[in-house]
Design a protein around this ligand. Structure first.
Ligand SMILES: C[S@@+](CC[C@H](N)C(=O)[O-])C[C@H]1O[C@@H](n2cnc3c(N)ncnc32)[C@H](O)[C@@H]1O
Length: 346
């Protein structure tokens, strides 16, 4: 048998890394902070097979409670789970053949059983009785296709967990169309230049979830998992929420308590910046440049600190200073962000 080339193996690994599914509890935990910002809005989940995505389930069941104007969800042909390997939401007889990509569009969820509240039973009833809600797509459902870009343009807020391997393209598209968004991505993406440049320019920040608390995502049948909870196979992923919806978190003042000493905060061998290993230890009285772990972003208030660069890539800061590796006593310090306190207004 012919051996697989490295590049095709890499491609396969990338595709595999895209197939993790978000738990409802993680969506609920984050989304509860933005209720007012969703009111009256058109929400689009563009990487979501509605029958398998908890994003669809969340927005459909909370359609009235959130006061949404419309919910659009589109699935993607190539998803290896298309066809129901991870069915979260069964609606017999509705799902087309299970393979073709399709769109679900909801404009209202009536209280079908008259119990005074809207829940998943009402969504199920709606899907079963209104055949116009699910329609096949003309193309593959790729979020970059003209068809899906059309839905994106119509939407106010894009909310999903997109494929990690296409995260740079995904963010670029949101920026190009100037969309509001709340999405999940790998923590490592913070220092990717296609992502970091937007964080630095204050066009993108982290959501409420603590960056140190890894997410447990659902894995499809046949894939490796790390634990089973309530019959669900889960794998932990270093993921966090990325958004451009305002959060109260980014306006909070980060309280510092440590005093600077040259012994405790040595300078890098190759930059005029001190090294800080633990975010909580950022010294309150140092006015120069500091290299801090990426978890600093969880505490980042742009009125309090200036984000100057990251050591991941030279073109991430215009001066080209921070692109080199950060060396401390001859050893490299990985993944550092470079920050400076803003002068407090008197
Ligand atoms: C990380 S999974 C998350 C799925 C779902 N959004 C959720 O949160 O449970 C990413 C999904 O995007 C799909 N996908 C991959 N490439 C895509 C593309 N180019 N356009 C749209 N969806 C894509 C994958 O098949 C996969 O279902």
């Amino acid at each position: 048998m012919k051996a697989k080339s490295n590049s095709s193996l890499n491609r396969a690994a990338k595709v595999k890394n895209d197939e993790f599914y978000t738990q409802l509890v993680d969506i609920e935990e984050e989304l509860k902070h933005y209720k007012e910002q969703f009111r009256g809005k058109i929400v689009y989940c563009n990487c979501d097979d509605p029958f398998e995505s908890n994003f669809f389930k969340y927005f459909a069941a909370n359609f009235r409670a959130l006061g949404l104007k419309k919910l659009i969800t589109t699935s993607y042909t190539k998803s290896p789970i298309a066809g129901g390997q991870l069915p979260l939401f069964e609606v017999e007889g509705l799902k087309p053949s299970g393979k073709e990509p399709f769109k679900i569009e909801i404009n209202e969820v009536p209280d079908s059983n008259g119990d005074g509240s809207i829940n998943l039973d009402d969504v199920r009833f709606l899907l079963r009785h209104d055949k116009n809600i699910a329609t096949p797509l003309q193309g593959t459902g790729d979020f970059r296709s003209d068809e899906c870009v059309g839905f994106l343009k119509e939407a106010d807020i894009i909310c999903t967990n997109p494929p990690f391997s296409l995260f740079g393209d995904y963010i670029a598209q949101l920026m190009e169309f100037d969309k509001k968004f709340l999405i999940i991505g790998n923590k490592n993406s913070i220092t990717y230049k296609d992502v970091f440049k937007h964080i630095k320019a204050n066009r993108l920040w982290l959501g409420y979830r603590n960056i140190n608390s890894d997410m447990w995502l659902l894995v499809p049948e046949g894939e490796k998992y790390e634990k089973i909870v309530d019959g669900k196979k889960l794998k932990h992923i270093m993921a966090c929420w990325y958004t451009n919806l305002d959060t109260s978190k980014r306006h909070e003042e980060f309280v510092m308590y440590k005093k600077y000493t040259a012994e405790e905060y040595p300078k890098y061998d190759n930059y005029d910046a001190i090294n800080v290993d633990v975010v909580a230890d950022i010294p309150m009285d140092y006015d120069g440049v500091m290299g801090v772990p990426i978890t600093f972003l969880d505490k980042y208030n742009p009125n309090q600190f200036e984000l100057l660069g990251s050591n991941r890539d030279r073109d991430q800061d215009p001066a080209g200073i921070y692109g080199r590796s950060s060396i401390l006593n001859g050893k490299e310090k990985f993944k550092r962000l470079f920050i400076k306190k803003r002068k407090s207004k008197k």
